[in-house]
Write a protein that binds this ligand. Structure first.
Ligand code: SAM
Length: 271
């Protein structure tokens, strides 16, 4: 295999990639992200057998290869996530269900779900609190087709299980055997009630119904105030009356003039 090209990205190509990515995701990558963009595009160029970085960018942005354009957006998104991230939210969800058992179908949306760890953490709490006879479901959505594909596989490196409390791990995670021993799989009842589709939160939302709880975490940080308010307003159209919205703990929704009231840290209720 040829060595990874060390060629630097030209300013012109960098700006072209930044503009395309902004048009697709709404996220503006600043000049401080030049090394990151170069590294990720370089890897993609290398995988596709192209050594000249500027020529590769020209070809992808100037051509009509949809799969290359989608892959470019996938590679530039930051998908970091892990099971039971910000555990207070999962405790809150458990308490909410302990206080009052829902009358009908209980639905949770993991908006900007990345590779699914957040949605399956939610599913483990719902399975535990509501069991598998009451109706509930979890929908995950993300801009990146690559992470949505991974989430739908429900298969993770076994090391990711370190973030899952033993109680849940023993009940809802299946350890692989033989050639699969480095991986684990989410249990079938969870997979049957959890599904993922691509959706751009800056565009009209797909027809996914309305939700009792919406997790919208660690995605708003990339946007300015106006865009953030726009995204949250759109997402709120899918929150049931008195439903709860959970942004990341470092994402303030103050001063956005939204129809929500704070309930506790990083938990809001539809007003
Ligand atoms: C850092 S991950 C957060 C994942 C998870 N919510 C968590 O807190 O662990 C941010 C995710 O937002 C997604 N994202 C970025 N822009 C988006 C957009 N415009 N619409 C939908 N998802 C977007 C990215 O693809 C990425 O998977």
């Amino acid at each position: 295999m040829a060595a990874l090209t060390e060629q630097a990205i030209s300013q012109r190509s960098f700006e072209a990639v930044v503009s395309y990515f902004e048009a697709q995701s709404g996220i503006r990558l600043g000049p401080d992200k030049q090394a990151l963009v170069q590294g990720r595009v370089q890897k993609m160029a290398h995988e596709r057998g192209e050594r000249d970085l500027d020529r590769f960018i020209n070809q992808v942005l100037g051509g009509d290869d949809e799969s290359a354009l989608t892959q470019l957006v996938d590679r530039l998104t930051t998908n970091e996530t892990y099971f039971f991230r910000e555990p207070e939210h999962f405790q809150f969800l458990g308490q909410l269900l302990a206080q009052q058992k829902p009358a009908g179908m209980f639905r949770v949306w993991s908006a900007a779900s990345s590779s699914g760890e957040e949605a399956y953490s939610i599913a483990m709490v719902l399975a535990d609190r509501l069991g598998l006879t009451r109706p509930w479901e979890v929908i995950g959505t993300d801009l990146s087709t690559e992470v949505v594909r991974k989430a739908n596989q429900a298969r993770y490196p076994i090391t990711h299980a370190d973030d899952i409390p033993d109680y849940y791990k023993q009940r809802y995670c299946l350890k692989g055997h033989g050639a699969q021993s480095a991986h684990m799989m989410m249990a079938k009842p969870l997979r049957e009630r959890t599904r993922f589709i691509t959706a751009n939160l800056l565009e009209p939302l797909p027809d996914i119904g309305s939700f009792d709880v919406i997790f919208l975490r660690n995605m708003l940080i990339y946007f300015d105030m106006a865009t953030k308010a726009d995204i949250v307003r759109r997402v709120l159209t899918r929150l049931k009356p008195h439903g709860h919205l959970l942004p990341g703990h470092s994402e303030s929704l103050a001063n956005l003039e939204l129809p929500i009231k704070p309930v506790r840290t990083a938990v809001y209720q539809h007003a």
